[in-house]
Design a protein around this ligand. Structure first.
Ligand SMILES: CC(C)(COP(=O)(O)OP(=O)(O)OC[C@H]1O[C@@H](n2cnc3c(N)ncnc32)[C@H](O)[C@@H]1OP(=O)(O)O)[C@@H](O)C(=O)NCCC(=O)NCCS
Length: 168
């Protein structure tokens, strides 16, 4: 199903709606609080909302640091949430695709995500692409998508934004 609404950068006034979407989708406030901390600490590099007459979905991308490859522009996709009453209508897919398009336009090299390979695989993410990386989340759910040759060749330790350490 294709999402007919609009996807746009999140604005300061979207904060309560974004918090509510993550809380409802995850059934807890940890992810909603993560978004707020990433924003407050200046680590969000892209934050998009999917809107109908109101925000119904949100995706966040935050900066990663690669000590062995400091020139690689790497970021994490997390968290992603869609209002439970609007799931399975293509909104999550639209947010991911738009997000990736914007990251390519902005010159980012590499995106990491932690999640179900059946879902993220359809957007090109693969666990094999993350094999040369060392992260706190290594395992079958950690997947990567290279957006450039530099991203494809990246290897070594990856540090997440500080807010991730607080997630329960
Ligand atoms: C995951 C989520 C963002 C997907 O958004 P969505 O708008 O429902 O997804 P889309 O409509 O674009 O895609 C739906 C497809 O994804 C699949 N899908 C949805 N949620 C999934 C999940 N958690 N795991 C695996 N597949 C999932 C569905 O099977 C569906 O496929 P189908 O249409 O072929 O049956 C949304 O379900 C959500 O907010 N879930 C709770 C929070 C969450 O788990 N976030 C992701 C953390 S990594």
């Amino acid at each position: 199903m294709t999402f007919e609404g609009r996807i746009r950068p999140a604005r300061p006034e979207d904060k309560p709606a974004i918090h509510a979407i993550h809380t409802a989708a995850f059934g807890q406030t940890a992810e909603a609080d993560l978004v707020e901390r990433l924003g407050a600490e200046g680590d969000l590099i892209l934050s998009l909302v999917a809107c109908t007459d109101r925000p119904v979905g949100h995706i966040a991308f935050s900066r990663l640091a690669m000590s062995d490859a400091p020139s690689v522009g790497a970021c994490a996709l997390a968290p992603l949430a869609v209002d439970p009453t609007r799931q399975r209508q293509g909104i999550g897919s639209a947010l991911i695709k738009q997000g990736l398009d914007r990251l390519v336009e902005q010159g980012w090299d590499l995106v990491l995500v932690l999640g179900d390979p059946n879902y993220y695989g359809r957007f090109g993410f693969a666990a094999e692409a993350a094999a040369a990386l060392r992260t706190p989340y290594d395992g079958p759910y950690l997947q990567a998508l290279a957006l450039s040759d530099q991203g494809r060749e990246a290897q070594g330790p990856v540090a997440y934004a500080g807010a991730f350490a607080e997630v329960s």
